[in-house]
Design a protein. Structure first.
Length: 761
């Protein structure tokens, strides 16, 4: 570190800590409220705590919100004053809150004595969150699950196509399908479903086994992913933070770590307060900085009034040196005129006794040795006027060095954030393998047919249920009540109550006969077997049976002895839903592998994963449907085929579309152009037809040299005011070296030491 940088460490005044501002946020779902406590530190959004609870009516919203805000605040000694709202899409009309909900929110902030910051539709905040995290505008179907309702949001290239809220039924796949069928103006639905909310881990398996292609216009089986926990409230916080600072970012951290961090900072605060109230006994480094609770400004001021131990030591040593110098000067000033500037003289040949203050004795010192000491005494040979002149020269030299350092050493980096003009265009573009050059008028670009075969395997748990076991068997007696013999064929159904049996063999029963005692029914014995397995068929002796196709007035039967042998147990088997779920899962993985392989093979081409057609070459399950198994696997090979294109060709189309619309004072930067493609169709001849959404950012033209001359040797406040007064400039960020006290902070006087960068915020 340079001398100039070190110098600032000894200055008696320093910058004050900035007071941290905390905020509340509340997301209002259809039936659930979620609250959070958040803060922005630099450019990072931090969410300190989250709490949620259900509500049954709008009358409960204020009370539940009050409870949730107390929960997220906990024992933290802070008092947030502002609150941010996330609201359902149904609460808005033309992006404005409906009157009844506006009245509700006004009553809430009044009751809780808070200041409202803003409100945002949760669907819009989710889109913004995904774009921030992924770096591109999302194209997906978002499905949020609550206990009794689900919310379906369709977004393409970052634009909201619509939101549908419906009551949940028994099958979540059918519920989502029902909601998506209402989006009649969308020709091809996004092939990605992102789910969040309650029980999504369990629901994912159900959704993977649903037949999405039967009624809905997907290009291929949709990929289903799960978004993170509490994503709605996190997205609301990020939306609010981005309004305050467009450069803010959010990284998901476990809340326990954040809570621990807060408690540590509170411990640091108590340590800091103790160190301020009691004088330190030993020297320690000031490495811990805690939260300042209460009147921050007054605490910082009181903290500045107590120097640290290291500062006290420096001050004490400096004071000792000053006192020593003053005493020496005073001693000299008390000397007689003739002896001032020289030592006391001792007559030659005499000795002088010097008192030993420790031993109380005396030591003889020869005049020669004393004279020798006098000859080499600096105070003897340097006159007082010359000493003062040297000190003055040193001070002047130091000032000159400081002035030179102040002029030549400071450097500054000024980042100017400009406000771009956004031009958005939608256009249908065709990537044609037979096209050799870009046709700007027809919006046709050259395409290239690509294909690849990928193989893979995956496993899945079986979830089907089936009973296995043996049917019951037994002997029956069939009685013939008719006057003619009857033949009952093998396989004839007989039943006892709801339990069905079949005859094992054919049997002939003689007709009834008359006797002195009355009529005797004809009878015959035969064996039967239960149609279904299980112990229910183990009937007791004497149980009555009816014979199929015969009335009881013709034939009936009874059990001859007890039936036995009926057993059953439940086992896990492979179901058709299990097979479909594994097929969808493996197909999605292989599609990603295919795109990666194609991208490696054609690194300069744009390859749309959704536009890859698939042809299953082979697939083999380790188990068949209804086979007993806890787990099964699938080996599969798929051929993927599609059309790739050059992204620069697409940007050429973009520049053509927006060139005529660039206003004066702006320029088109193709590197800042965003393109999003929604696949419409892949034709048999390889033509890829897609809807390209262009977002061109037009950058204002800035005269950097002029600005550099305007801001040199200005204070930071003056620089900010100068830049704010210029057109199309949103703000600035200034970093200067070395670090100086605020009173001395200025930009370098030399314009060449000022580096200016222009960019988007």
């Amino acid at each position: 570190m340079s001398f100039f940088n070190n110098l600032t460490q000894f200055l008696p005044f320093r910058r004050k800590q900035e007071k941290k501002e905390y905020f509340f946020a509340i997301n209002i779902g259809v039936e659930k409220l979620t609250a959070s406590l958040w803060i922005i530190e630099g450019t990072e959004l931090k969410i300190l705590d989250i709490a949620s609870d259900n509500y049954s009516s709008q009358d409960e919203i204020i009370a539940v919100t009050d409870k949730l805000l107390d929960q997220v605040l906990g024992l933290k000694e802070i008092e947030p004053q502002k609150i941010l709202f996330g609201v359902p899409h149904s609460w808005l009309i033309d992006d404005n809150l409906k009157d009844e909900y506006l009245k509700l929110l006004r009553g809430l902030v009044k009751e809780l004595e808070l200041t409202p910051m803003a409100y945002v539709a949760t669907s819009n905040s989710l889109i913004h969150f995904l774009e921030k995290q992924e770096g591109v505008p999302p194209t997906a179907i978002l499905v949020g699950f609550e206990k009794l309702h689900l919310t379906v949001t369709v977004v393409r290239a970052g634009k909201l196509d619509g939101v549908k809220i419906i009551a949940r039924g028994e099958n979540s796949g059918s519920d989502i399908e029902k909601a998506l069928l209402t989006f009649t103006d969308i020709e091809t639905l996004p092939s990605k479903i992102l789910v969040y909310g309650a029980e999504v881990q369990e629901l994912k398996s159900q959704l993977l086994s649903f037949s999405w292609m039967s009624k809905l216009s997907f290009l291929h089986f949709p990929k289903i992913d799960i978004l993170g926990d509490d994503i709605e409230i996190k997205s609301v916080c990020l939306a609010g933070g981005s309004e305050m600072n467009s450069g803010v970012s959010y990284t998901d951290h476990p809340l326990k770590q954040t809570e621990r961090k807060v408690s540590l900072e509170e411990e640091d605060l108590s340590t800091l307060e103790k160190s301020e109230s009691q004088p330190p006994e030993t020297s320690e480094k000031e490495d811990n900085f805690g939260f300042v609770v209460g009147d921050v400004e007054s605490q910082i001021k009181s903290g500045d009034s107590h120097p640290t131990q290291s500062e006290q030591k420096i001050s004490e040593s400096e004071e000792d040196q000053i006192e020593t110098s003053q005493s020496l000067v005073e001693e000299e000033s008390e000397m007689p005129e003739e002896t001032r500037g020289e030592e006391f003289m001792v007559p030659q040949g005499q000795s002088v006794e010097i008192e030993d203050f420790e031993q109380g004795g005396s030591l003889p010192v020869s005049p020669q040795s004393e004279e020798h000491k006098r000859k080499f005494s600096l105070r003897r040979f340097i006159p007082r006027k010359l000493t003062n002149l040297s000190i003055l020269s040193g001070i002047v030299l130091s000032l000159v060095l400081l002035l030179g350092a102040y002029i030549f050493l400071p450097k500054a980096e000024v980042k100017i954030f400009v406000e771009p003009k956004i031009l958005e265009k939608d256009a249908q573009v065709v990537a044609d393998p037979n096209q050799k050059t870009v046709n700007e008028e027809a919006r046709v670009i050259p395409g290239q047919i690509i294909d690849v075969e990928v193989s893979g395997s995956d496993k899945e748990s079986a979830s089907g249920k089936r009973q296995i076991g043996d049917p019951a068997k037994g002997t029956i007696v069939i009685y013939n009540k008719t006057s003619s013999s009857q033949v009952v064929s093998k396989g004839t159904n007989i039943s006892s109550g709801n339990i069905k049996f079949t005859l094992d063999t054919s049997v002939t029963i003689a007709s009834q006969s008359a006797s002195d005692s009355g009529i005797t029914f004809g009878k015959a014995n035969t064996t039967v077997t239960a149609v279904s397995i299980g112990a229910d068929g183990n009937l007791s002796s004497g149980s009555d049976f009816t014979v199929s196709d015969y009335g009881v007035d013709k034939l009936d039967a009874k059990a001859e002895g007890n039936f036995s042998g009926g057993t059953s147990k439940d086992v896990t088997v492979v179901s058709s839903e299990d097979e479909q779920r594994l097929l969808a899962k493996l197909s999605s993985d292989l599609r990603q592998q295919a795109q990666q392989k194609l991208q490696e093979k054609f690194p300069n081409k744009k390859i749309l994963q959704e536009a890859l057609s698939e042809q299953i070459i082979s697939k083999s399950y380790s188990k068949n449907i209804n086979d007993q198994a806890s787990e099964f696997s699938l080996n599969m090979t798929i051929k993927y085929k599609g059309t790739a294109f050059d992204d620069t060709d697409l940007k050429t189309i973009v520049s053509k579309l927006v060139t005529t619309q660039i206003p004066d004072g702006f320029e088109l930067d193709l590197s800042q152009t965003e393109t999003q493609a929604d696949v419409s169709k892949l034709e048999k001849d390889g033509k890829l037809i897609f809807l390209a959404r262009f977002k061109a950012k037009l950058i204002p033209k800035i005269d950097i040299d002029k600005i550099r001359n305007q801001i040199k040797f200005k204070t930071l406040t003056e620089v900010e005011n100068i830049l704010k007064g210029m057109d199309n400039i949103l703000g600035s960020e200034i970093n200067s070296t070395p670090n100086l006290p605020k009173a001395l902070e200025r930009l370098p006087i030399l314009s060449k030491n000022i580096k200016i960068e222009v960019g988007l915020k």
